[in-house]
Design a protein around this ligand. Sequence first.
Ligand code: NAP
Ligand code: GDD
Length: 353
Amino acid sequence: MPDAPRALISGITGQDGSYLAEFLLAKGYEVHGVVRRASLFNTGRIDHIYQDPHEPAPRLRLHYGDITDVSSLRRALAIARPREVYNLAAQSHVRVSFDLPISTAESIAMGTLNLLEAVRQHQQETGDQVRFYQASSSEQYGRVAETPQRETTPFRPRSPYACAKVMAHDLTVNYRDAYGLFACCGILFNHESPRRGETFVTRKITRAAGRIKLGLDREVFLGNLDAKRDWGFAGDYVRAMWLMLQQDQPGDYVVATGRSISVREFGQMVFAHLGLTFEDRVRFDARYLRPAEVETLQGDASKARTALGWQPTTSVEDLARLMGDADLELARREKTLRDAGHQMPAREGHDQQ
Ligand code: NAP
Ligand code: GDD
């Protein structure tokens, strides 16, 4: 039997990293992931696919590393000898990037350069051919120059996060042009799931709705309800990442549903699904506004549809229902524990984001 293809994922413990690892394992890959050392376990999203390293030939292998530490990336590449590298690691919260501009830029811009350089040198030293995926973002469009946004729409970034992503994107294109690296940028519009971090707005809303339904919370504090986003399902979007690296030629692709709705409309969908009224429960808090906002994003994924044969399977209504149901179930478990007298941990970080 031929050797299994190998992939290395930075950011494997995040939302997308976990779906991508599942997807690649199901395709028969041996998957290697870069994991940061943390004082508490940070592998909750991949625990269900974890394989004991003492087992013979585990197909999921984790390596301590950090995208800002090039030595750790070189080590992971040397062990994994991957055919494909997916660069998903980032401080990915736009609002937080205004509070942490330097470390955000380090993880995204310098981090991407670290990985590109490590891959380039690895190829030279080993003769291996590596395909590289960069997690670019619709946030790069910022104050949008046209609607819908496509691959040719200029970037006008509005946050330290987006500025750093533009630099990482340009570096990836540069390594393709200068060194012939098979490198692709996926310009992904917002994509969500029950594994979404709890301080992104969709998950903040679905968590609140589940908890309010069961009497664990009374209200939810949000910022700009008029912002519009093109929201899809993360499970669909990791398939597009993989498809980009299976083509004959590298390229950059927008990945989006083509439909945009406001934060308010998303909230109304979720609350109505759980038999609640959004307007009765939502409160405004200015601390969730951003110093510079991206008001509206809507993608045109025609190129991905035509060239990759990719299309989304999950509408935003489906997404609101599936995330609402998952967080109602989570709230049920929390209530059971609380009713049994367990002290509930404070909900992390919500006062900031
Ligand atoms: P996420 O859930 O926040 O995951 C980010 C991942 O990056 C986590 O595994 C995190 O590790 C890791 N990370 C952060 N700093 C790191 C560092 N210094 N060294 C190594 N790893 C580090 O984000 P996501 O939603 O899965 O997004 C994945 C990527 O796609 C990100 O680059 C994001 O900017 C980009 N993107 C996301 C969307 C979206 O809508 N989700 C859209 C466009 C682009 P810990 O678990 O240890 O924190
Ligand atoms: N997080 C948050 N919290 N956002 C809020 C809130 C709130 O309480 N109230 C309103 N919003 C608005 C934000 O101002 C923004 O316009 C919108 O909801 C979406 O915010 P997020 O869910 O934080 O996502 P994002 O669009 O800023 O960034 C996400 O998508 C990008 C792709 O466009 C992240 O996943 C980025 O990493 C990703 O690149």
